[in-house]
Design a protein around this ligand. Sequence first.
Ligand SMILES: *[C@@H]1O[C@H](CO)[C@@H](O)[C@H](O)[C@H]1NC(C)=O
Ligand SMILES: *[C@@H]1O[C@H](CO)[C@@H](O)[C@H](O)[C@H]1NC(C)=O
Ligand SMILES: *[C@@H]1O[C@H](CO)[C@@H](O)[C@H](O)[C@H]1NC(C)=O
Ligand SMILES: *[C@@H]1O[C@H](CO)[C@@H](O)[C@H](O)[C@H]1NC(C)=O
Ligand SMILES: *[C@@H]1O[C@H](CO)[C@@H](O)[C@H](O)[C@H]1NC(C)=O
Ligand SMILES: *[C@@H]1O[C@H](CO)[C@@H](O)[C@H](O)[C@H]1NC(C)=O
Ligand SMILES: *[C@@H]1O[C@H](CO)[C@@H](O)[C@H](O)[C@H]1NC(C)=O
Length: 828
Amino acid sequence: MILSKRFVIYSFLCSLYLHFVICSSNTHHNDSFLITCGEANPLKMEDGRVFESDLGNTHVTISPISHTFVSNSEMGLPKILSSARVFTTSSIYTFSTKKIGRHWLRLHFYPVKNTRFDLNSAVFSVEANGITLIHEFSFFRGNQSDPVFKEYVIEVTGSNSGKLVLGLLPWDNSIAFVNGIEILSVPDQLLSSKVIPIPLGVAHELPVRVGFETVYRVNMGGSSLSPKNDSLWRKWGLDKSFLINPAAVRNVSVNPSAIRFHDGVVSNDIAPNLVYATAEEMADANVNEQRFNISWRFEVEQGFGYFIRLHFCDIVGSRLHDLVFNVYINNQSAIESLDVSHRAKGLFTAYFVDFFTNVSMGSDNILVQVGPNHLTGYLPTALLNGLEIMKMSNPSDSLDGRLGMNLDSTDIKKTKSKRMMFVIFSCLGGLFVIVLLLLASFVFYLCLCHKKKPKEDESLGWSALPTYVGSSGSKFSSNTFASMTVLHSLSQMISFSEVREATRNFDRNLLLGSGGFGKVYKGVLENGLVVAIKRGNPRSQQGLVEFKTEIEMLSKLRHKHLVSLIGYCEELNEMILVYEYMAGGPLRRHLYGSNLPSLTWKQRIEILIGAAKGLHYLHTGVSETIIHRDVKTTNILLDENLDAKVADFGLSKFGPSLNQTHVSTAVKGSFGYLDPEYFRRQQLTEKSDVYSFGVVMLEVLCARPAINPSLPREQVNIAEWAMNWQKKGELEKIMDPVLVGSVNLESLRIYGETAEKCLNENGNQRPSMGDVLWNLEYALQFQGACSGDGGDADSMTGISDIPDRIPDVESVDMETISDLESNGTTRD
Ligand SMILES: *[C@@H]1O[C@H](CO)[C@@H](O)[C@H](O)[C@H]1NC(C)=O
Ligand SMILES: *[C@@H]1O[C@H](CO)[C@@H](O)[C@H](O)[C@H]1NC(C)=O
Ligand SMILES: *[C@@H]1O[C@H](CO)[C@@H](O)[C@H](O)[C@H]1NC(C)=O
Ligand SMILES: *[C@@H]1O[C@H](CO)[C@@H](O)[C@H](O)[C@H]1NC(C)=O
Ligand SMILES: *[C@@H]1O[C@H](CO)[C@@H](O)[C@H](O)[C@H]1NC(C)=O
Ligand SMILES: *[C@@H]1O[C@H](CO)[C@@H](O)[C@H](O)[C@H]1NC(C)=O
Ligand SMILES: *[C@@H]1O[C@H](CO)[C@@H](O)[C@H](O)[C@H]1NC(C)=O
């Protein structure tokens, strides 16, 4: 198994290398990829271009190959939108380009109607050569029903080995899709001129390694131009809707064949003659003493730099130097006394000029104005022929502002706290306020304790872990954790360079997921082992504690049903953990919110048995009891055979010693899974894990999230809701619809009773994990005894009405409450 995977990866890398070698040898060719996604045959477009299939093209590869396509011939749509390729996991298209330099990347998206996937609710991100193009986009959430067309300029450099890599990354459990891809070399002279900064400053070259997104491309005073009218297949739109005062302008035009391009400086590639042949000029230009500007306002996303290109051509003057006017951008002078025919070296001659401006926070538009010069003796008019506005990627390599907000969000969190309180009240009732108050008071208490007895804390080490009391385990003290030297023998220390190699320098296309702690990448170690690499956010104090806890715990533990830690790296302030790779991903993804085949009842019980064995081992199998504290469906991972392993020990703690009944500690865990007794009394026992496991059992049965704030009040919390049905003895009424008819009722009865016992208010009365395990095996016997498991693995019915964003609430701390809040607000 491993061998064949390794082979696939090696042959993949070899083929890339070959492409590089072949392609870098002829750098003088232009690239042109026209790709229709999900269509087997070449497609001739309305404009005459032929789009090739995305499969079977030697210069295009898709990886991994687990994807599928859908098509539908809806009437009245462009052909390119009739099919799409759908990805259920993060996937990449790799285009081996012949030319180094900037390329246009044009993407077509349309949620093709089909019976297999609901593309409207797909949530996904798109990246190209390390630049985020689109972050968590969804047709449904954007209230978008029209096709989406996007145009970017992406640089292919020698360091990307002459490749353009397009990543399609489904959000959490969602899917991603794309209908068509166009890639075209940008002619070298097209973006090589200097740009003038606004406010005015020294003109400079465009920065390299910056991605551009075309936000506006407008043909002033003319008709819209289809790609067929443009030598580089660009689209040009109308300007009327951007005019602040349409009554103040009138359109002028000349025969396009009259337009001249000045030798080599401006060519047809800059803009077609159709653009220069039309313009908007001031109405009543012949009335003297006109005192107004023509103003166009373009809405843009704040917090980005914008490249603005203005196209001019003197088509109204009768002699040179007749037409002189002023140009303003954002109320600031951009060109004073622009003499168009002088600059263009002739009448009817094309001319363009480039600007750059930052659109700061708090402003959301770019204002472009042309107006008459105050000097007399010139035509009292002003004109503009064409305009292009391109957004430039920001320092975090993104063209989508929503990304930045998810990243460095500490400041945003503070300002959000008021709204957060509101949302918490409205979706989840006063319950969490109690948690908050407890947390706050407890943190305060901890701080007090911490100050009083720092020495005691310091003395605790790996060898001296007799008891955990009060403050010693608080999230602010890292001294209690084992010294690293003890651990070296247990887990391999891995060098940062190897980690970087394994993840192709943290290639976003290898990203498996990201969470509060950081990002998780798939990687291949030098020895060929496929691993999951978790890279912590460097600045997080809490992250450091969890990092150390995880190493400490996992280095001590080896069990078939616990995810093994292969190594770690703490060079250069990095916090990196390397785990065995779990091909099946989190259990939750198999339950809802994705298009994975439904699990049968038997499979579900077997998975729970695996997880229960892992927890049972934690509770009883090692010298000190270990309490996981964060049992949930995203922390139960499945391998390729659907064998379950418990993961994520960042919150784990050692349990009470013999003469203690509990450990006092700050309340941590995840909403919906938290043992109510634990957060009332802040006393942790292994029975808190049993409670969380009960919630997991219900989630597995009902295939819905533990907390779903979008449901009616009484259904929000699965434990409350399902226990009402269990008490009525009608649990089968709320089980995952795909299971109906395939579940042995005796098996279900035992299962329901076990879950109910796990959820007992009183920890002492909950069963041990050993008892739970025994009961699950008993339930499995009944299911095994009845003929087969009969589940229809292809059925999707259980998924259709799941909201596109499932609240994924992590640990109970401020950070994750704001996660909840942001999920809550996107839902309404
Ligand atoms: C590449 O494009 C440029 C600009 O459009 C053109 O001048 C050149 O002839 C093209 N080269 C090839 C090999 O097609
Ligand atoms: C979505 O669009 C429809 C029609 O275009 C409109 O009626 C509705 O109010 C919009 N909803 C939101 C949330 O913008
Ligand atoms: C735009 O912002 C960047 C970064 O903040 C700065 O370096 C640059 O000088 C600004 N340019 C202008 C024209 O204001
Ligand atoms: C130019 O203006 C005239 C009259 O205002 C209008 O009928 C015509 O459609 C306009 N042409 C274009 C290309 O917008
Ligand atoms: C643009 O191209 C279309 C054909 O695709 C043609 O019918 C149309 O006349 C052209 N527009 C102009 C302004 O020439
Ligand atoms: C330009 O000035 C107008 C009027 O003073 C103002 O309303 C507008 O917000 C300004 N725009 C920008 C981009 O500064
Ligand atoms: C045109 O706009 C600029 C900048 O907004 C302003 O300074 C100027 O006074 C305006 N000119 C006229 C004639 O209104």
